[in-house]
Every structure is written in structure tokens, then in C-alpha cells.
Design a protein around this ligand. Structure first.
Ligand code: F6P
Length: 544
């Protein structure tokens, strides 16, 4: 039986018909609502308030029935124990092993992967210590002052986001990121650098990605022109699963930090891909990041589903995506340090669950994958919040706030957090016609203006939000926050019955770009549709 035909889904459909006309104002007549619908993780200093969602006890029960019917527990056991749940690539999905602090072994094909993981972690520790202490020197004997990570997708977004988030703790070399194949990206970074004091990290799981290899070759050429071929061993390291390609590129494989096919690109920041993080903040803080993620893994594996944050987040997402037909959702961090968090999550979430084919190889007849977007508050408030408050679409939001910021400057933080608290309140409860009219009267508006303005001043409210509060933004709490979203994505993939760990959808565009490349160099002509053909023709005519 298909998901939509299941009795759990059907019960939710029926229940939705009732809940679609329920308002949060009514639900909040229950004064105990916050206590009923919030979860505090004491150990991590994390509070998750989901009371401002259009749910009641019955909704929660029915959503959790859906979880039970999905056999989540079995799938959770499978993912953590190294079963090959990425069936289209026949791979295990073991980012959890990279942060496994339990001391227990994890096996893939009869081999304990923890042995290799620990070995690479030790190698990363030695390298980052040496780099930061000036033991690892450039070819001319100078200390490395700038590290450039060259990678894209999962080999960029995770470490880049974490380096930004932990900037307050950064006390190592400056870390730059180059990802775009647009030459402007590497050009603007290289012009700031001194080759004698710069080190390039070429980060690519496959070591074949066009963007990364093009940037890496440009960086290599730049360095060799200035310091000669022999300098490569002091100025290039690689993060990859592909030893042969690393050697082919000319990087000494002793300077390669390995990871494995059981680590998906978008889940790889916990692996050697996290090297730029360790360079920036030190290996101990990188380890704290892993510890935070591990603590969240423990919560996810052991908490009952009623008290399990990733599970609750996942089903709320499904409630709006599949029953309210919400077209997207936002993640809104009220922390400048987290300004890349949503961009990072876009890959994690959309590359994972943007799928149409289910476990039986059939096309699904329901919506999968949530469209995710957002910007840090309060910048977003002065941009797109208008549409969330008064537009025609329902856009559920995750608000993320920090109680104690790494650095307090005057009353900035109180101002920031007053907005963090105010926005979900405004979204939930809005402003009624009576309240809007009263406010206009109080402002001295004329009868005519009151009549004209009132409809525009009404806020319908009933916009669902989650509020996530971290007591502090530390490597540990950040690790937990990231892992929390990773598990949310996993649970949704299980319920939607899709493979969250492959990404075939990125292949076709790549292939076609390879067909077009020689045409732009005017080496070859191919047959295209009239639009693509005319665009290429136009480019070749206008290009200087
Ligand atoms: O965008 C597709 C993708 O395969 C991502 O999943 C991955 O993170 C990225 O490309 C980079 O791949 P690689 O690390 O192999 O260069």
C-alpha cells in the first residue's frame, strides 16, 4: 500500500480538514501550551519551542503514528550500524561514525571503520597543530598565514558555514574559500595572497569535480609560477576519497587526508573536509564540534519520539508540506555568525530529499523535499518578512537565537533578541480588525483613512514557527544544531520513502555543460534546441 493510501496518512487528511480552520489564538487559550510543546536538552543548552504550530494533541498523535508506521526505529538502527541504506549507490551512510565518541566499533563490509577514522583524525590534529604553531612552513621557510579551501557543494558549504559561525574563536591562519568556477572567485582571493605564506586545501570527494579541479589548477599554476614546482608539497594538501587522482594532480599522497564513500558530500564537514575548520579554530574546538553532534546523535537515537527534536521537526515539516501544501519554509538565524547556516542547509535538505522515486522504484504521488530559504534576522525583516506576514502563502519558519552571544556590544544583543521574540509572536497572533482600527483611531487618523487603511493593517496571524534557542554559540552547540537538522532530513526521507543520500539530479546539467564547453571554444558544433543554440551563437558573436 502506498503512503497516501495508508490509514495513518488518511487519518491526517481527515484531521487536516478540521485543523485548517483552527487559529493559534485559540490554541493558546491553553496556558500550558509552551510546557506541552517544547523540549529542553539540558546537556547541550538547547531549547526547542514548537508551541506556535497549528497542532493539537491529536495532530501530534497522528503525526507520530505516521512515524511509527514508517518503521523509523529499524531505519535508524540501519543507518547508525553501517547498513547500505543508500541503495542506488550501494553505500553505507555513516557521517555519525565520524563523530562517534562511544568507543564502540562500527562495521562496513566486516571492517571497523573507526580505525581509519581515528587515524585520519590524528593526522588532522598533527597537521593543524604544526600549521598553527609554525612547524609546517612554506617552501621558502615562512609560516603559513592564509589557508584557501578549494571545493564546492559539500566540500565547501559545511566548512565555510562553520568557519563563519566560529569566527569568534578563530586564532589560526586566515581561511578563505573558493568554490565558483567563475574565475572571479579565485582571482579575488589570489590577489590578497602571498604565495610564500599561503596553503591550498583541495577538497573534493571525487577529485574530478570540474569547478574544483579548474580552480585547483589555476592556484597550482599561480604558485608554481612564483615558487617553482618543488613548492607544491609545502603549499598543497588534498581532502579526498580518490588517492589516484590526488597523485595525478601532483599532490603528495602523504599530504592527503582521506575520507570514504560512506560519507556523503553534504554530510562531510565532520570528516577530513573539516580540515579548514581545525586550521582556523584549532583541533580541540573541531573535536568539540564533533562532540556536540555526537550528543545530538545520542538524543536522536534514544529519546522517545514524543520528546525527540529531529522527529518533531520532521513531522511538522511534513504536516505543512503535505497537508497544508506549504510551498517552502525558512530558517532564520538571529546571529550574524550563523549567516551561512541557511545556505548550508539548502544543500543538506534539498539535495537529500528533492527526489521523486520511492524505494520501490515508483514515482511518488505526494510532495517530497521542502524548499528552504532564508537570511539572518534582522536583515530578513527588512526584506522578505512582509510576504511571510501578509502574503498569500503559508511559509513556516524556524527562528534560531543565541541567549549569550560570544561577544556583547552595548545593547545590540537585547535589540536583536527582542526581534527574535517579537517576530514569531506577531506571526502567530497577528493583529485583528478591531486592534488595527483601534490603533488607527489612537493615531488620530480620519474616518476616511481608517476605512481605507484598516484592511491593509490587519495581520491574519496563524503563521507557524519553531523557536530554537541555544544558551551559547560554541563549537559544541553548533555541532548539535547541525546534526539536529541532519536527523530531521533523515526522518523525512524515511517517511517519504526516498533515498536521501544520492544526488543523481545534479548529473544531467554537468554532462550537458561538458558537451557545450568545446562549442564555446569554437572547437565543435552540436545540435541543440533553437533557444540553447541561439544563446551559444550570441555568446560566440559578442565575446571579445
Ligand atoms: O553537487 C553535487 C555534488 O556531488 C555534491 O553532492 C558534492 O558535495 C559536490 O558535488 C562536490 O563533490 P566533490 O566533493 O566530489 O568535489
Amino acid at each position: 500500500m502506498g503512503l497516501v493510501e495508508s490509514k495513518e496518512w488518511q487519518s491526517l487528511e481527515t484531521h487536516y480538514k478540521k485543523m485548517k480552520s483552527v487559529h493559534l489564538r485559540d490554541l493558546f487559550k491553553d496556558n500550558d501550551r509552551f510546557n506541552k510543546y517544547s523540549i529542553r536538552l539540558e546537556k547541550l543548552g538547547l531549547l526547542f519551542d514548537y508551541s506556535k504550530n497549528i497542532i493539537d494533541e491529536e495532530t501530534k498523535k497522528l503525526l507520530l503514528d505516521l512515524v511509527k508506521a514508517s518503521d523509523l526505529q529499524t531505519w535508524t538502527d540501519k543507518i547508525f550500524s553501517g547498513e547500505k541504506i543508500n541503495w542506488t549507490e550501494k553505500r553505507a551512510v555513516l557521517h555519525s561514525a565520524l563523530r562517534n565518541m562511544s568507543g564502540k566499533s562500527v562495521f562496513v563490509d566486516g571492517k571497523d571503520v573507526m580505525i581509519d577514522i581515528k587515524h585520519v583524525l590524528a593526522k588532522m590534529e598533527k597537521f593543524t597543530d604544526d600549521l598553527r604553531n609554525g612547524k609546517w612552513l612554506g617552501a621558502t621557510g615562512k609560516q603559513i598565514k592564509a589557508v584557501v579551501n578549494i571545493g564546492i557543494g559539500g566540500s565547501d558549504l559545511g566548512p565555510r558555514m562553520v568557519c563563519e559561525a566560529l569566527k569568534y574563536y578563530a586564532d589560526g591562519p586566515a581561511v578563505y574559500f573558493v568554490s565558483n568556477v567563475d574565475g572571479a572567485d579565485i582571482y579575488e582571493v589570489l590577489k590578497k595572497l602571498d604565495p610564500e605564506t599561503s596553503l591550498f586545501i583541495v577538497a573534493s570527494k571525487t577529485f574530478t569535480t570540474q569547478e574544483t579541479m579548474t580552480n585547483a589548477n589555476t592556484a597550482r599554476k599561480w604558485l608554481v609560477e612564483k615558487l617553482g614546482e618543488n613548492a607544491i608539497k609545502n603549499h598543497f594538501v588534498a581532502l579526498s576519497t580518490n588517492k589516484e587522482k590526488v597523485a595525478e594532480f601532483g599532490i603528495d599522497t602523504n599530504n592527503m587526508f582521506e575520507f570514504w564513500n560512506f560519507v556523503g558530500g553534504r554530510y562531510s564537514l565532520w570528516s577530513a573536509i573539516g580540515l579548514p575548520i581545525a586550521c582556523a579554530v584549532g583541533f580541540d574546538k573541531f573535536k568539540e564540534l564533533l562532540t556536540g553532534a555526537y550528543e545530538m546523535d545520542v538524543h536522536f537515537k534514544t529519546a522517545p519520539i514524543e520528546q525527540n527534536i529531529p522527529v518533531i521537526m520532521a513531522v511538522l515539516g511534513i504536516w505543512y508540506n503535505n497537508f497544508f501544501n506549504a510551498q517552502s519554509y525558512t530558517v532564520l538565524p538571529y546571529s550574524q555568525y550563523l549567516h551561512r547556516f541557511t545556505a548550508f542547509l539548502q544543500q543538506s535538505d534539498m539535495e537529500s530529499n528533492g527526489k521523486t522515486i520511492n524505494r520501490n522504484g515508483e514515482k511518488v504521488n505526494y510532495q517530497t523535499g521542502q524548499v528552504l530559504w532564508g537570511e539572518p534576522g534582522t536583515n530578513g525583516q527588512h526584506s522578505f518578512y512582509q510576504l511571510i506576514h501578509q502574503g498569500t502563502k503559508m511559509i513556516p519558519c524556524d527562528f534560531i537565537g543565541i541567549v549569550n552571544p560570544p561577544k556583547r556590544i552595548g545593547d545590540h544583543h537585547e535589540k536583536l533578541l527582542s526581534n527574535f521574540f517579537a517576530q514569531p509572536e506577531a506571526l502567530a497572533f497577528g493583529l485583528t480588525k478591531e486592534q488595527a482600527t483601534e490603533a488607527l483611531k489612537a493615531s488620530g487618523a480620519s474616518e476616511e483613512d481608517i476605512k481605507m487603511l484598516t484592511p491593509h493593517k490587519i495581520f491574519e496571524g496563524n503563521k507557524p514557527t519553531n523557536s530554537i534557542l541555544l544558551d551559547e554559540l560554541t563549537p559544541k552547540t553548533l555541532g548539535a544544531l547541525i546534526a539536529m537538522y541532519e536527523h530531521k532530513i533523515f526522518v523525512q526521507g524515511i517517511i517519504w520513502q526516498v533515498n536521501s543520500y544520492d544526488q543523481w539530479g545534479v548529473e544531467l546539467g554537468k554532462k550537458l555543460a561538458n558537451v557545450i564547453l568545446p562549442e564555446l571554444k569554437q572547437e565543435k558544433e552540436n545540435i541543440h534546441d533553437c533557444s540553447t543554440a541561439s544563446l551559444i551563437k550570441y555568446y560566440n558573436k559578442v565575446k571579445k
